[in-house]
Design a protein around this ligand. Structure first.
Ligand code: FE2
Length: 452
């Protein structure tokens, strides 16, 4: 082969690599404010400012979202650029098209103040052994749910192989995540030893004063959603204890505001990666110090459950343990059962849903579940919430093992005249004493890892 053809082949390879590297990828959406806004986040492997063109006509995308930030970051030997923009002035219940550097995507907005919508919730989903992946993508694209909450442990791990595992996971899900919001919270597998950098750079959750993705809240119709970090507790020795106080002070302020407007936003749903309650055999996260620390606090540091109880949180979701388990309403291990216990429930209802599928098998249930354990399944799957209205929520566990049938199915409800009951209990309850100041999150750079 002559020099000319060698040169042509090399040029073709160079152009192919250059073109591949210049395409915005891993495009995904997130809620950031009311339904008239939508955040869009994407990754490139080169520097360069992009604009997002969007509109209701695919041939005339006449609105433009200027990038609010572009950030260069590295994971091992790989340099990436994280891009963020916000599409605004969106009309309700409308299909929008958006274009980034020639790539076109579409999504449909919810109604202006949606009183009814569906949410897919799960934890612990790997790129490898992602047993629920196909079903989540297919059912999401078929309109079975309006957004996703992933309660930590993403891709196993986002940072593996210098982040290429995270790239592969986000590319796999791009058809769905570019069409409906993907809301996330960090699990222990997001600790990359560099202050959760892969988690912080790849996603863009609502700010609420702390632009770090670790804790945030947003209102959507009748629900106040709150995402929290359990990893401040899991890695307190590595990163310091100040983050626990920072989050705790923010949480109580946030919940107090949520309770004050409960007549118009009656439901409060919280989520964090590690469980408050679970019935897994010989497991420190269910029954030993680690559980006590997160749930009720220890060593002079506050836990999460007192705030949940006093603000009358309705539902809490978690993962970390690779199983599904639903509990009867429970407050500080005092539980409530009975025929209509989920109607005007006197305490929060906890749901473990960490069995979406990953490299380790299902968790082994203890032979004697907690007395307030209502349903357990070690099938792979995800939870599906139907926010029906201000008084009713339908919860199902969709089993992958059983051909996507709902194997757990229950309603939680409240009378219209009980919508503000939590406000009264909050006013009369005692808020745990807090201390500390708001400070930067996660101070050090070291880590150890749990396997779940
Ligand atoms: Fe975990």
């Amino acid at each position: 082969m002559g020099l000319f053809w060698h040169s042509c082949i090399l040029l073709a390879i160079f152009l192919q690599v250059a073109i591949a590297a210049s395409v915005p990828e891993q495009v995904h959406l997130a809620f950031h404010g009311d339904t008239s806004e939508m955040a869009v986040i994407w990754t490139t492997f080169y520097d360069g400012l992009h604009h997002v063109y969007y509109g209701t006509d695919v041939k005339n995308m006449n609105q433009v979202a200027i990038e609010t930030s572009i950030k260069k970051w590295t994971s091992g030997s790989v340099t990436r650029y994280s891009h963020r923009a916000k599409m605004s002035n969106l009309k309700p219940s409308t299909t929008y098209y958006y274009k980034i550097e020639g790539r076109v995507f579409e999504f449909k907005t919810l109604s202006a103040n949606p009183q009814s919508y569906r949410v897919c919730i799960f934890g612990d989903l790997g790129y490898e052994h992602g047993n629920s992946t196909d079903a989540i993508i297919r059912n999401g694209l078929n309109g079975q749910f309006d957004f996703i909450i992933h309660v930590g442990d993403i891709a196993y791990d986002l940072h593996t192989d210098d982040g290429r595992r995270g790239d592969a996971y986000m590319r796999r899900f791009e058809p769905l995540f570019s069409a409906i919001p993907y809301m996330v919270i960090a699990g222990n597998h997001e600790n990359d030893g560099k202050n959760f950098s892969n988690f912080q750079e790849r996603f863009w959750m609502p700010h609420n004063g702390f632009n770090d993705n670790h804790f945030y809240s947003f209102d959507l119709g009748p629900v106040h959603w709150v995402g929290l970090s359990s990893e401040f507790y899991g890695y307190d020795r590595e990163y310091g204890k100040e983050s626990i106080w920072t989050q705790y002070n923010w949480l109580n302020t946030d919940l107090k505001a949520a309770v004050s407007k409960r007549k118009s936003v009656p439901w409060i749903i919280t989520y964090q990666h590690r469980p408050i309650y679970c019935s897994i055999d010989y497991n420190h996260d269910c029954s030993e110090f680690e559980n006590t620390f997160l749930r009720s606090g220890a060593l002079g540091l506050p836990g999460l459950e007192p705030s949940y109880i006093q603000s009358h949180v309705d539902l809490n979701f978690c993962g970390h343990q690779h199983a599904y388990e639903r509990f009867y309403p429970v407050a500080d291990r005092k539980y409530y059962t009975g025929k209509d216990v989920y109607h005007n429930a006197p305490a929060p209802t906890y749901i473990l849903t960490g069995s979406a599928g990953c490299h380790t098998p299902a968790a082994k249930f203890s032979s004697e579940p907690l007395d307030w354990s209502a349903f357990r399944s070690d099938d792979y799957g995800y939870s599906l919430l139907h926010i029906a209205n201000a008084t009713h929520i339908h919860v199902q566990f969709i089993s992958i093992n059983q051909h996507e049938k709902p194997t757990d199915d229950f309603w939680i409800s409240k009378d219209p005249n009980h919508l503000d009951a939590a406000m009264r209990s909050f006013k009369t309850g005692q808020i745990p004493r807090s201390k500390g100041t708001l400070s930067p999150i996660l101070l050090k750079n070291n880590f150890s890892r749990n396997s779940d």
